[in-house]
Design a protein around this ligand. Structure first.
Ligand SMILES: Cc1cc2nc3c(=O)[nH]c(=O)nc-3n(C[C@H](O)[C@H](O)[C@H](O)COP(=O)(O)OP(=O)(O)OC[C@H]3O[C@@H](n4cnc5c(N)ncnc54)[C@H](O)[C@@H]3O)c2cc1C
Length: 377
């Protein structure tokens, strides 16, 4: 396994439960996640439950419906009209911890290990990594003859590349594939320590959006976007949203730290997820903009699909056949939502909000009708 983000650790749990010995190589010096909140949708929560990861599915029942507003607080679609499934909201670090708690003795994790090379032959894959501060042989190392000091070689039957959107393994497998594509906007995130009555949701303005939700520990996770060049100076988010409806200014005032990420995704068509004995998983395979809150969920679902394929003794290409079409749809839809959400002309935004209002109400009504038709008499 290359990478111990949410995708990598979930896949490690899944592979171990399929009876594999797993070695995880992680570049960072420490295991864990930084960041703010994360949404876990029912499909990913079900995979975690199946893997025995506790604490996510239970929390799913605590969610409240959330609606969509204009910057001044007028509703585009109210919560009750939406009729949608809700995600569980957790802190990223908590989700990562809940998953790693499920790792057993067949998983060895090496932190400070950066994978730099990979070769495949008929019997397996040889992975080269440089180790920071190892000073000697790494466990699992298969003879380091000719390697630089601090380097190690690992031999594996299967390599899962869960090394994120800028995946070095993907670059080795397909150097011709165009790298990440900039979305045109940047995202800000934070955790506010504040009691609010409001059940959250998203607010769309001109070239800016703001969303918030209660985490299962009671704190409020918020995120915001603004059209920007990549790598520009940080905005003062309080000023950016100063005249938006409450509780937005209050949440920003109650946030000690703000994170910024320029938003990228991978252009479609996505590369195949299976290259001989090397698989791409998570953002390495299908990084998407965060507009649907599905990137990490998809990584978790990849791990679930991989486990099913291995258990059924199917060819690895079954993993690609299941996951590439599903995630391609999400990459495309997330991109389109971003384009719509970041419109900034007054005319286009007025039209967009009107269409969303009618569309949201209609979709809500249809969802309710489906539920009535499906409910037992
Ligand atoms: C602003 C924002 C909000 C988001 N919100 C949500 C949300 O609410 N819900 C949701 O489902 N998703 C969300 N996402 C998406 C989600 O964060 C990602 O899809 C998810 O974290 C990807 O996990 P991963 O394990 O595939 O990759 P990563 O988390 O990127 O992990 C890759 C790991 O590989 C390691 N690595 C990289 N290169 C090497 C190497 N050469 N050798 C060894 N290790 C290496 C890295 O150090 C890292 O630990 C959001 C994303 C953003 C930017």
């Amino acid at each position: 396994m290359v990478g111990a983000g949410i995708g990598g650790v979930t896949a490690a749990v899944a592979l171990e439960q399929c009876g594999w010995q797993v070695t995880v190589l992680e570049r960072s010096a420490e295991l864990g996640e930084v960041g703010a909140g994360i949404s876990v949708w029912p499909g990913a929560a079900a995979v975690l439950e199946e893997l025995g990861v506790e604490g996510v599915a239970k929390a799913a029942r605590l969610g409240e419906a959330a609606g969509m507003r204009r910057w001044d607080g007028r509703w585009i679609v109210e919560a009750a009209e939406l009729g949608i499934e809700l995600p569980v909201m957790l802190h990223r670090a908590q989700l990562h911890q809940l998953i790693t708690d499920r790792l057993g003795p067949a998983v060895t994790i090496h932190t400070g290990a950066t994978v730099t090379g990979l070769t495949q032959d008929a019997d397996g894959v040889t992975v080269t990594a440089t180790r920071v501060g190892s000073g000697g042989a790494a466990s699992g190392e298969a003879g380091a003859g000719g390697l630089e000091p601090g380097s190690a070689e690992y031999r594996a039957e299967l390599v899962v590349a869960a090394d994120g959107i800028r995946s070095g393994i993907r670059g080795l497998l397909a150097p011709e594939y165009q790298g990440p594509r900039y979305s045109g906007y940047t995202a800000y995130r934070g955790i506010a320590e504040l009691e609010v009555e409001d059940s959250g949701g998203e607010t769309w303005g001109r070239g800016q959006r703001f969303g918030f939700a209660k985490l299962i520990d009671g704190r409020i996770y918020w995120y915001a976007t603004a059209n920007r060049e990549p790598g520009g100076a940080d905005d003062d988010v309080k000023t950016l949203f100063a005249n938006w409806h409450e509780p937005i200014p209050a949440l920003l005032a109650a946030t000690p730290n703000v994170l910024r990420n320029d938003i990228y995704d991978l252009p479609t068509p996505l590369l195949p997820f299976v290259h001989g004995r090397v698989l791409l998983l998570g953002d390495a395979a299908h990084a998407m903009t965060p507009n649907m809150g599905r990137g990490a969920c998809s990584a978790i679902e990849d791990a679930g699909a991989l486990a099913r394929v291995l258990r059924a003794g199917k060819d690895l290409t079954a993993y690609d056949a299941e996951r590439r079409p599903a995630t391609t749809k999400l990459v495309k839809r997330s991109h389109q939502i971003g384009v719509l959400g970041q419109l900034d002309s007054k005319f286009a935004c007025t039209l967009r909000d009107a269409v969303l209002s009618v569309g949201g109400k209609t979709a809500g009504l249809l969802a309710k009708r489906r539920k009535v038709e499906q409910s037992p008499v």
